[in-house]
Write a protein that binds this ligand. Structure first.
Ligand SMILES: Cc1ncc(COP(=O)(O)O)c(C=O)c1O
Length: 303
C-alpha cells in the first residue's frame, strides 16, 4: 500500500516527498519537529492519537523561538494529521513526525529571508527500546545543551547532534541509553526522554528550567501520579541521588514509560522495576490505548 506524506500543503505518495539538497534545514539543522504516537486498539479496532493538541502547541512555541511561521493553526495541524492517518490506514501503532523547516536554497545560516516548509510523515512504529525489562543506563560524558546555546525547550533538529553523540557513546559502552547532566552538574534528562526518580512514594523530576524538553509525557505522568496519590517534586537532582534512588524511569513519546533498573553499573533499588513505576506504566499504557474512561480529552479517535 502506498504511504502518503503531507508536504507543503499537499498529500503526496512517500516516494514523491523529496526536497532539494541545498535546503537550509539540511545544511544547518534549522527545522523544528514533534514526535506523536497513535495507538491501535485491536479489540476495539480503533486508532487513537495521544495529546496531539499539546504537541502542536509545543511546535508552535518552537517555531516562535526559531523565527518560523508554522503556517497552520493547532486545530488545522490536528485535522491534517487525522486525514493523513486515515489515508495511511494503519492497523498497528503509528508514529507521526511533523516538521517545520527552513526551506531557502541559500548558503548562510540566517533565519531571515528564509521561507518555511511543512512536512508531516507517519510510519508504523512499535517500542523505542527493544527490551521489556528495565534499562541499564550510564551518565553521559556529554553535557546537555543550555538554554542560551540551542534551547532544549524548543525541539530543534540541529540539537539532536548532541543526542546522537550521547546515544552512540552509551551504546558503544554497552548501555541502553544515558542520563545527561547540564553544565552545572545537575541531571537534565535522558538522551531523548524525560527522567524521574522515586524515593518512597515521592516522584522527583528536573525542573522545566533544567535544560529539558518539557515533555508531554512528563506532564501526563505528573498528573497521573498525583491522581494516584503520589507526591511529585520538580527540583534539581544531583548525580549521586541517581545511585541511591528506590526506583527510576524514563518517559517520552518514544520511550513511553520505561523502567531504569541500573545506573552506572549500580542497581536502582532492588534492581528490578519498582512498584510505583509499574503502577504508572500500566495506567499509561491502558490510557493511551483507549482502555480507560479517564482523560478521554487526551485521545483523538482517528477511526
Ligand atoms: C530531548 C527530549 N526530551 C524529552 C522528550 C519527551 O517529550 P515528549 O514526552 O513530549 O515526547 C523528548 C521527545 O520524545 C526529547 O527528544
Amino acid at each position: 500500500m502506498t504511504e502518503f506524506y503531507f508536504l507543503n500543503g499537499e498529500y503526496v505518495p512517500a516516494a514523491e516527498a523529496v526536497l532539494p539538497v541545498r535546503t537550509h534545514a539540511f545544511l544547518y539543522g534549522t527545522s523544528v519537529f514533534e514526535g506523536i504516537r497513535a495507538y491501535y486498539n485491536q479489540k476495539q479496532d480503533k486508532m487513537y492519537a495521544f495529546r496531539m493538541k499539546e504537541h502542536f502547541e509545543r511546535m508552535h512555541n518552537s517555531c516562535k523561538i526559531m523565527f518560523m511561521d508554522p503556517k497552520y493553526s493547532i486545530e488545522e495541524y490536528c485535522n491534517i494529521t487525522k486525514d493523513l492517518l486515515i489515508k495511511n490506514n494503519y492497523r498497528t501503532d503509528a508514529y507521526i513526525r511533523p516538521t517545520v523547516f527552513k526551506a531557502a536554497q541559500k548558503v548562510g545560516p540566517s533565519l531571515l529571508d528564509n521561507p518555511d516548509g511543512v512536512l508531516i510523515f507517519t510510519t508504523a512504529l512499535g517500542s523505542y527500546f527493544t527490551k521489556d525489562e528495565g534499562l541499564s543506563v550510564c551518565v553521559s560524558s556529554w553535557d546537555r545543551l543550555e538554554d542560551n546555546t540551542i534551547p532544549p525547550r524548543a525541539k530543534i533538529s540541529g540539537a539532536y547532534a548532541n543526542t546522537a553523540l550521547i546515544v552512540t557513546e552509551a551504546k558503544l559502552a554497552g548501555f541502553d541509553d544515558a542520563i545527561v547532566l547540564s553544565n552545572d552538574g545537575h541531571v537534565a534528562e535522558g538522551s531523548a526522554m524525560n527522567f524521574f526518580l522515586v524515593k518512597g512514594d515521592t516522584l522527583i523530576t528536573s525542573k522545566e528550567t533544567s535544560n529539558i524538553l518539557v515533555g508531554v509525557t512528563r506532564n501526563t505522568v505528573i498528573e497521573l501520579a498525583q491522581e494516584l496519590g503520589l507526591k511529585v517534586v520538580e527540583r534539581d537532582i544531583d548525580r549521586t541521588e541517581l545511585y541511591v534512588a528506590d526506583e527510576a524511569f524514563y518517559c517520552g513519546t518514544g520511550a513511553q514509560v520505561m523502567p531504569v533498573t541500573k545506573i552506572d553499573n549500580r542497581p536502582v533499588g532492588t534492581g528490578s522495576t519498582g512498584k510505583n513505576t509499574e503502577k504508572i506504566q500500566k495506567l499509561y499504557f491502558d490510557l493511551v490505548r483507549g482502555e480507560l474512561d479517564i482523560h478521554r480529552e487526551w485521545l483523538t479517535e482517528i477511526y
